[in-house]
Design a protein around this ligand. Structure first.
Ligand code: TXA
Ligand code: MG
Length: 318
């Protein structure tokens, strides 16, 4: 069992000793290590059983600190950084040699962000190195949004989980890069295309072609998968095809009379997409713990953060 606590000093001590620690962020919990030490970073890959070709995001406390690990921040990305950091935006930038190849899986760019959570910012400011941190789940499974989610799956492997409470956003950060003056969105998240458009004059392109995205190896088809089979579609129609006792429902805002209460999870009774995003991974974990044939779910309205919710649902279903 890992200790779940609020002791930033202890977390700092472990990280300085090249150990790994689970950390809260506003998006999901991360599994952190000294980004400049390849032995420490190796422990992340090992704990998560993550393939070495899937690179990690590096977390820093300031743009100044990010300048110490990247060779350049192009103007088009700098203006985004100034507006959206700290926050759920990850930017790909050319790395300096201080970031070992293991962090970027040999790629020349490193993914960086300044997370927006008081505990992780305190921790980062107390350290003299940035933190590499992927989501704190075994590779391919659903990201954790509470300390208990981390404990449930990695509790026997790690020793400390810094308790920042439930994550405010609940979905992983938006990932962007720049290519010939075009802003490319590699993973949708809480920073929306419309938010980016308000700040950036660049043409914006989405490159989240599920499963065929070599530039973002982690954006693979089978990501976020629950163990129970997830089927997406029109719930009213799908329900008729199964024994109602053998299925579970993930619903956006609607209650289904023919299914027992324990076997359905309503993401937001008020039909709030933000609340649905916050609840999505908890919902999938809960429904995955049930003994059912499959989980049936609908996509949510494809607007705002609904785009990111639907992206995760489609990956979970594939
Ligand atoms: O919100 C988040 O981004 C969370 C919190 C902990 O910060 N982190 C997170 O990390 O979701 P992870 O490892 O689960 O997802 C990172 C994604 C992966 O798809 C990975 O392939 C991609 O970012 N990535 C990381 N470094 C990259 C690089 N240098 N080039 C291209 N893609 C990269
Ligand atoms: Mg992940």
């Amino acid at each position: 069992m890992a200790i779940i606590g609020l002791d930033v000093n202890y977390a700092r001590f472990l990280l300085q000793s090249n150990d790994i620690v689970a950390i809260p962020t506003e998006t999901v919990y991360g599994l952190a290590a000294n980004a400049c030490n390849e032995h420490a970073v190796y422990k992340i890959f090992s704990a998560k059983k993550r393939p070495s070709f899937d690179p990690l995001i590096v977390h820093a406390h300031s743009i100044e600190q990010i300048k110490s690990i990247v060779t350049i921040i192009p103007d088009q990305l700098y203006e985004l950084a100034k507006v959206f950091w700290p926050g759920p935006l990850t930017i790909l930038l050319p790395k300096k040699r201080i970031i070992p190849d293991i962090v970027t899986s040999g790629l020349s760019q490193v993914a960086v962000r300044i997370p927006n959570h008081p505990l992780i910012l305190d921790l980062l400011r107390s350290l003299d190195f940035p933190l590499a941190a992927p989501s704190a789940n075994p590779f391919g499974y659903i990201s954790p949004t509470t300390p208990q989610h981390v404990e449930d799956q990695l509790g026997t492997i790690i020793s400390y989980i810094l308790d920042g409470g439930p994550c405010q956003v609940g979905l992983e950060s938006t990932i962007v890069s720049i290519d010939n003056d075009e802003l490319i969105i590699h993973r949708p998240g809480a920073i929306l295309t419309d938010d980016l458009k308000k700040v950036s004059k660049c043409k914006i392109k989405s490159s989240t072609n599920i499963g065929s995205n070599i530039q973002t190896p982690g954006a693979m088809k089978s990501h976020y998968a629950p163990k129970n089979k997830l089927i997406l579609g029109n719930v009213d129609e799908l329900i008729l095809k199964f024994d109602p006792k053998r299925i579970a429902i993930l619903s956006f805002d609607k209650h289904y009379e023919s299914i027992s209460k324990e076997k359905q999870y309503i993401l937001s009774a008020q039909a709030s997409l933000e609340e649905a995003a916050r609840n999505l991974f908890s919902a999938l974990r809960y429904l995955d713990s049930l003994n059912v044939e499959c989980i049936i779910a609908t996509l949510v309205p494809d607007i705002g953060i609904g785009v990111a919710i639907n992206d995760r649902l489609q990956r979970a279903a594939s």
